[in-house]
Design a protein. Structure first.
Length: 73
């Protein structure tokens, strides 16, 4: 039997469950939080392996995302 941490729901399932619980207005925030947690886990794993990322490249990527409206709500 799978543990709770091994079970992963897709976006549609999350939206449906949140709607049933009456929390439909919070779906986007929850999905954003899930994505941030996923990206953080990837970053931590990369740091643990000694992989580095130049700050200049990070700044470039963030500025590109801002320009494309990635962070707009």
């Amino acid at each position: 039997m799978a543990t709770a941490t091994e079970i992963i729901a897709n976006e549609t399932e999350i939206k449906q469950a949140m709607g049933v619980l009456g929390l439909g207005s919070m779906v986007d925030d929850l999905l954003d939080e899930i994505e941030l947690d996923r990206e953080l886990a990837i970053s931590i794993a990369q740091a643990d392996r000694g992989e580095t990322f130049p700050i200049e490249e990070l700044e470039k990527q963030v500025m590109e995302k801002f320009a494309k409206g990635y962070y707009d709500r």
